[in-house]
Design a protein around this ligand. Structure first.
Ligand code: HEM
Length: 137
């Protein structure tokens, strides 16, 4: 992130994250691999709100996520279900599509999209847990 720019949250505002997450879960809802992993499937509203609050906090907005859910510890929270290459890739396909839709028409769209993807791509890889079989490490 460039040092001279305010935090992403201050540039895009809260509604942006609501729109991003809504577009993302529209994709997830159609995904036969990922959709059934969500605990309230086929209701994505609770998961939508958790992701929305997490992203707002991560990009410098209010810390409501922490106040309601505690420390994110995302790797631990993803342990109950398999995150392999296929899951990572599907997740990123839906997020990239959501970013494209949400950033479309914004003057700062390309910078915002790049900033989001610069976080999501390595973060999704970091959440992989298909090496936890005792074979590696
Ligand atoms: C950059 C990548 C990712 C981020 C930032 C992210 C973020 C989150 C967050 C914030 C939650 C809610 C945690 C909580 O408060 O309980 C969550 C839950 C979840 N994530 Fe991810 N996630 C990512 C990648 C993935 C991938 C690759 C999968 C594929 C399997 C996945 C599947 C799920 C599922 C099934 C839940 C449970 C729904 C829920 O309880 O909210 N996530 N994720």
């Amino acid at each position: 992130m460039a040092d001279d720019l305010p935090m992403l949250y201050d540039r895009v505002g809260e509604d942006f994250f609501g729109e991003l997450v809504a577009a993302f879960y529209e994709g997830i809802a159609t995904d036969e691999l990922l959709a059934p992993l969500y605990p309230d499937f086929p209701d994505f509203e609770p998961a939508k709100e958790r992701l929305r609050l997490f992203l707002i906090q991560y990009w410098g907005g209010p810390t409501t996520y922490m106040e309601t859910r505690g420390h994110p510890r995302l790797r631990m929270r993803h342990m109950p279900f398999r995150v392999g290459e296929a899951e990572r890739d599907r997740w990123l396909v839906h997020m990239a599509a959501a970013i494209e839709r949400t950033c479309e028409g914004r003057a700062d769209g390309p910078e915002v999209a790049a900033e989001l993807l610069n976080y999501f791509v390595p973060a999704a890889e970091h959440l992989r847990n298909d090496d936890q079989l005792g074979l590696v490490q």
